[in-house]
Design a protein around this ligand. Structure first.
Ligand code: SF4
Ligand code: MSK
Length: 634
């Protein structure tokens, strides 16, 4: 018997989503929620992390009755191995993004690529200073040296920690990491390094250690997971953010528009979706050129409208003020509006369902990366050396599609919200008058009790945006400043929580501070790789107060997480000393030992730890308790 579909109201809190979902049900367009229903109930072995496919003597599924795989691996080994394999994949995604930026930056520094340029010399010098590079040299020499040190972090073979981690992590935290390595060695007689040496090496070592018959002890496996996550947060992701700022500009405060209502009936609509601004910056520039705008007019459109989805949206809205059509779960729905001429994608969080769906419309679904192919996509190979030409070709394809639009299929939800975005660390410090002091003073005075950083995704298992919004509202009511990135940030923007008017939703203390600074109580800090901005901000506060990050009243959360990247993000925050909330429960329930290490044992060592809670209001209260406890010794 076919399963009964969930009520629409249970799927999302976003009226634009519900509007398109009722259209999808009427027209029988398949969505992510339909596929989730067909995949449910999910396999319990997978959900608990006790299914192992790491060799062909298996697959093995361990149970109480049958507690070991064919090779003898127990539940703790299998769960820990599965977890760090996911973490390694997430770190690889962020860091491969970082590498692409570093390689391009190196070419620009060497004058080998004229399609891009150094846009922010002040940021370049600030990075160089941190890396102890002589900033009295000419800009190209500084850039070449920064590029060398960034690329070295992906390839050096010595045992020293990453250049960028050494340059950016706060002093006390670096001491904590060294101490933890010594404690682990003295307790176990086994070297358990957690300071990353080379971004690629840590990811490779995760894969090596988790192959059959190598590392078979949960603590040892998880320590390598911590090292790999640190290689991502203070390495790959940080390099991506910092060098993107140099190439494309460091974000500053600006007002943008958010939700599906940003799509325009009388214009050529291009959606950029994925993650890397190397592509999207060029598409935006090409679309805005007078030549392309004129071409669009020749086919009867009033112009070209570029909007973003997912973290590509976050990249171009932070720097260019490009409107955002939605977060991860909007990707199929945007096509269903019938007005998207081109959906242009690169890597990460892109549903392979988009190709077949686009075929029901006039939409050109265009893939661009040699790392990512999709069924029924039109592939236009992106090439950084001919970036403008390729971007122009893509825009022309969108213009050509305009005349094929079927007016019968046009259905644009009216929802649009305004949001104030662009809060890079540099912009926050500028707003604070040049130093973290006013923020620290507000925290010390109790006007702001603490800060919560929220990250991550949408997951159709969780009512879309509901946890993000409810948790954020509860926190600001409690005088807790909320900062964050990724699809959470888009949820908050769509819900109006990033408007200046949202100050009225904050508690008295937070409201007063936000009014004085003319900022919303909820700050958009960028894309998922820009979680590194939150690490840098935490580090700046810790160094200013000469304390460790774990002493600060900070908490993290990934309330609707789904991707392996979130495993890495959550772990690098925990390893940097921040307690991190998660929902849904990660696939570790099959081992009490692993759960114990990640929720308890790790706290003694690193100060951060994970906790899981399903209810947003309860989560906010738990976070407040943690913050108030930290404030006692702050
Ligand atoms: Fe089974 Fe061990 Fe092979 Fe995993 S590594 S599939 S537990 S035999
Ligand atoms: S896009 S990683 S769903 S935040 Fe970065 Fe959104 Fe999560 Fe993808």
């Amino acid at each position: 018997m076919p399963k009964k579909k969930r009520e629409l109201g249970d799927l999302s809190v976003d009226p634009a989503v519900l509007d398109i979902l009722s259209l999808a049900r009427k027209e029988d367009y398949e969505t992510v929620w339909d596929r989730l229903e067909r995949q449910s109930p999910h396999c319990k072995f997978g959900t608990n992390g006790v299914c192992c496919r790491n060799c062909i003597m298996g697959p093995c599924r361990v149970t109480e009755k049958n507690p070991r795989g064919v090779c003898g691996a127990d539940a703790a080994t299998i769960v820990a191995r599965n977890l760090i394999r996911a973490l390694a994949a997430g770190a690889a995604a962020h860091s491969d993004h970082g590498r692409a930026v570093a390689v391009l930056f190196n070419e620009v520094a060497r004058d080998e690529n004229k399609e891009y340029q150094i846009s922010d010399e002040a940021k370049l010098k600030a990075i160089a200073e941190k890396l102890n590079i002589d900033t009295s040299q000419d800009i190209s020499s500084i850039a070449r040296e920064v590029a060398r040190m960034a690329l070295e972090d992906f390839g050096k073979q010595d045992e020293a920690p990453l250049n960028f981690l050494k340059a950016y992590a706060p002093q006390k935290r670096k001491e904590t990491w060294q101490k933890v390595e010594q404690i682990l060695f003295s307790k176990t007689d086994k070297k358990m390094g957690i300071l990353p040496r080379n971004i690629d090496r840590e990811i490779t070592e995760c894969m090596h250690r988790t192959t059959m018959g190598v590392d078979n002890q949960a603590l040892s496996i998880l320590a390598q997971g911590v090292r790999t996550a640190l290689a991502d947060g203070w390495g790959g992701s940080l390099i991506a953010t910092e060098l993107q700022d140099v190439l494309f500009g460091t974000p500053d405060k600006k007002v943008i528009k958010a939700n599906l209502g940003v799509l325009k009936e009388d214009q050529v609509n291009i959606i950029v979706h994925g993650h890397e601004p190397i592509l999207s910056e060029q598409v935006v520039a090409a679309a805005m050129s007078p030549e392309m705008q004129e071409k669009a007019k020749q086919v009867g459109a009033k112009g070209i409208n570029v909007a973003g989805i997912c973290c590509t949206a976050n990249e171009v809205l932070m720097r260019r003020g490009v409107p955002v059509a939605g977060n991860m779960i909007h990707q199929e729905l945007a096509i269903m509006t019938g007005v998207v001429e081109a959906m242009v994608v690169d890597v990460q969080c892109i549903f392979p369902s988009l190709g077949p769906l686009a075929k029901c419309f006039h939409t050109r679904f265009i893939s661009t990366s040699d790392r990512a192919a999709f069924p029924e996509a039109i592939h236009v190979q992106f090439d950084e050396h001919h970036a403008r030409e390729v971007a122009q070709r893509i825009v022309e394809m969108a213009i050509d599609a305009y005349s094929e639009r079927d007016p019968q299929k046009v259905h644009i939800p009216k929802e649009v919200e305004e949001a104030v975005v662009g809060f890079s660390v540099e912009e926050i410090i500028k707003i604070l008058g040049g130093s973290p002091k006013p923020l620290v003073d507000a925290i010390l005075a109790g006007k702001i009790k603490g800060v919560v950083g929220i990250v991550g995704c949408n997951n159709p298992k969780v009512k879309h945006d509901a946890f993000h919004i409810s948790l954020t509202r509860e926190l600001i009511k409690k005088d807790i400043l909320v900062i964050g990135t990724g699809c959470w940030a888009i949820a908050a923007a769509k819900a109006g929580l990033m408007k200046i008017e949202a100050q009225s939703l904050a508690g008295e203390g937070l409201k007063e501070v936000c009014q004085a600074l003319d900022i919303p109580p909820v700050l958009h800090m960028g894309s998922c790789v820009d979680c590194s901005r939150m690490l840098v901000l935490a580090g700046a506060l810790a160094d200013y107060l000469k304390v460790d990050i774990s002493d600060l009243p900070l908490v993290g959360s990934a309330p609707e997480w789904m991707t392996e990247k979130a495993v890495s993000i959550g772990t690098y925050f925990v390893a940097s000393g921040v307690p991190v909330h998660l929902w849904p429960m990660p696939p570790i329930g099959g081992s009490e030992e692993v759960v114990g290490i990640l929720t308890e044992g790790i706290k003694e060592l690193l100060g951060g730890y994970f906790f899981v809670e399903e209810d947003p209001v309860k989560t906010a209260s738990l976070m407040e308790e943690i913050i108030m406890e930290k404030r006692k010794s702050f």
